[in-house]
Design a protein around this ligand. Structure first.
Ligand code: NA7
Length: 552
């Protein structure tokens, strides 16, 4: 039952889940498992979240399929066959559809519907969630499983709308097969993971390709390829053991390969051999056990620059494709076996924007300070307003009508990456200050959703109080996040989307908790086991005492 009245004393359902990516699908399933009534909303026409929208040619996950998957359900693990060790976008989206069907959550999702606002009502202690279809749903708990990379960054370039040709964004690539780049002159702006993946695909069919690069990125070999049958068998044997084991690790997964020697235990020749082995074995970022130490990181960065240069024939192009401004890991490294070699083709040209910046996009193409490049198509691979952007895309107001935008004017502030002071019973999985994009997002989705629904169950068993973190817990959590970031080479010195530096005017706050998955998980559950000492429990408002919704 729904209407447009936002101050109802009784909820329409227990939980609203926004988004149907990894976290959203699992949240819908968890709600049903725990006997809660739930409504899901998804702006796309199918499940998948990030893996629904980023349907550009070449899109692929840089985490191995074996790790980047659900483990909560043995049947799902045993029935699904990954065709690739690092699955592509189509396969991951099909997988998420399969899980949603298998777990019977599709019936709870309203597709093609954006959630535009979520307002907390202090009288009732309930949330009113408003959709683009004009519906308002009142609920006890709101779970915004809206992802970290779901709010595309607007291209901050003059004249974008003046271009007379076709324009596409990697972040919302048409899914109907209508894009035909054969024989066309194509300009690509952006050389992050999306650019690095899409450029070789475009070069296969386009007549001319111009790559507009502002910052070069590290590009390492991909682990894509056939799945190892032995690994598949091991996965299926005891999925729950794997699930438990992942939560005991630093990154929420067990890399298939990693170096077992320490940089400091080796001499120069041994280090070179270890680096070469790691390059050949496709685990260069984890070449040493102490790869996180600055000197080991510098050795990896230098080695990578050399390996990258070797793949490019033209000296000027090679020089410019190599990153000099940040250490390995300062920005998200890219993976591709073919990207750099693509520049050896005569019809592919690198435009280095630090030397010849884009002045403006004009009807016939892109004008830099040096020339006007005529184009039929522009592809924007310009990234996202990451992590906090998706939160701001919804008009969220809490206690006293305070908007989350105002609360986060100096950068995101929350506790354990899931809850914000002044926004009781609102949960933000995959948001700021969680292991997020620097961990295995699939494991994180399961862990955060488990923690959220364990919290909800606890609240329901304790008289349904309202829960939000104490301000001091948020401050301490932000400090802890910063403390760990300081230990990470390049984290605080690199202009990356991890710290909001890709968005003009965005506060520079490192938004990812890098204390490790194990520590994160333990901290969450310590709160729950001790009755939430880092939070404030508010008595349930009189208006909704005794209300019964579950099981709808
Ligand atoms: P990224 O990694 O944020 O990359 C965006 C790219 O676009 C990056 O090279 C930017 O250069 C470039 N960019 C952005 N705005 C402009 C303008 N105005 N002019 C020129 N170049 C621009 O996004 P992706 O989609 O590639 O990857 C996102 C994540 O998805 C990735 O990290 C993986 O985790 C998966 P910059 O570096 O800012 O100088």
């Amino acid at each position: 039952m729904t209407d447009n009245h936002s101050s109802k004393a009784q909820p329409d359902c227990d939980v609203v889940v926004v988004g149907s990516g990894f976290a959203g699908i699992y949240a819908l399933w968890q709600a049903r498992q725990r006997g809660l009534s739930v409504r899901g909303f998804e702006r796309g026409s199918d499940v998948g979240g990030t893996w629904y929208w980023n349907a550009y040619p070449g899109a692929r996950c840089d985490v191995e399929s074996y790790n980047y998957a659900y483990f909560f359900n043995n049947d799902v693990v045993r029935e699904w066959n990954w065709s690739d060790a690092c699955a592509g976008q189509h396969e991951i989206q099909r997988y998420l559809r399969f899980v949603a069907e298998r777990c019977e959550v599709l019936k709870d999702i309203t597709f093609n519907t954006k959630v535009i606002a979520a307002r907390y009502d202090e009288e009732t202690g309930l949330w009113s969630v408003q959709t683009s279809a004009g519906e308002t749903i009142v609920c006890r708990y709101a779970v915004l499983a809206i992802g970290a990379l779901s709010d595309p960054k607007a291209p901050d370039i003059k004249g974008v709308s003046d271009f007379a040709g076709e324009a596409y964004f990697t972040s919302s690539w048409p899914k109907d097969g209508s894009v035909d780049l054969r024989g066309k002159r194509v300009g690509v702006i952006g050389t992050g993971s999306s650019g690095v993946q899409v450029i070789p695909e475009i070069a296969k069919v386009a007549a001319e390709v111009y790559v507009f690069q502002r910052t070069a990125n590290y590009v390492t070999p991909t682990a894509a390829g056939p799945m190892d049958p032995k690994l598949v068998a091991a996965l299926r044997e005891d999925p729950q053991a794997i699930r438990r084991a992942f939560r005991e690790t630093f990154g929420g997964h067990t890399p298939l390969r990693m170096g077992d020697q320490r940089y400091y235990d080796l001499d120069a020749a041994e280090r070179e051999r270890v680096l070469q082995d790691a390059w050949d074995g496709k685990y260069i970022g984890l070449a040493f056990r102490d790869a996180y130490l600055p000197e080991a990181n510098a050795a990896i960065s230098d080695f990578l620059r050399q390996k990258m240069r070797e793949q490019v024939n033209d000296a000027w192009t090679a020089d410019h494709l190599v990153p000099w401004d940040h250490p390995y890991g300062g920005k998200r490294p890219c993976q591709s076996d073919v990207y750099l070699k693509t520049f050896n083709q005569a019809h592919v040209r690198l435009i280095s924007l630090p030397e010849t910046p884009i002045e403006e996009i004009v009807p016939e193409g892109i004008r830099t300070t040096a020339e006007t490049i005529a184009l039929d198509v522009i592809v924007y691979a310009t990234g996202f307003d990451a992590i906090s952007g998706p939160v701001f895309a919804i008009d969220i107001s809490g206690v006293g009508g305070r908007s989350i935008k105002d609360e986060w004017v100096d950068g995101p502030l929350n506790y354990l990456g899931t809850m914000v002071h002044g926004f009781p019973n609102l949960f933000l999985p995959s948001s700021a200050m969680s292991p997020s994009v620097l961990s295995n997002m699939a494991t994180l989705a399961e862990q955060q959703v488990d923690f959220i629904f364990d919290t909800i169950e606890w609240l329901d068993q304790h008289g349904r109080p309202l829960l939000h973190p104490l301000p001091v817990s948020q401050e301490q959590w932000r400090e802890e996040t910063l403390r760990y970031a300081q230990r990470r080479p390049g984290a605080l010195t690199t202009k990356s989307w991890y710290s909001g530096a890709n968005i003009p005017g965005k506060p520079r706050v490192f938004m990812v908790y890098t204390g490790g998955f194990k520590r994160y998980n333990e901290t969450c559950y310590r709160e729950l086991e001790n009755g939430f000492p880092g939070y404030e429990l508010l008595a349930p408002p009189r208006a909704r005492r005794g209300e019964q919704v579950s099981g709808g």
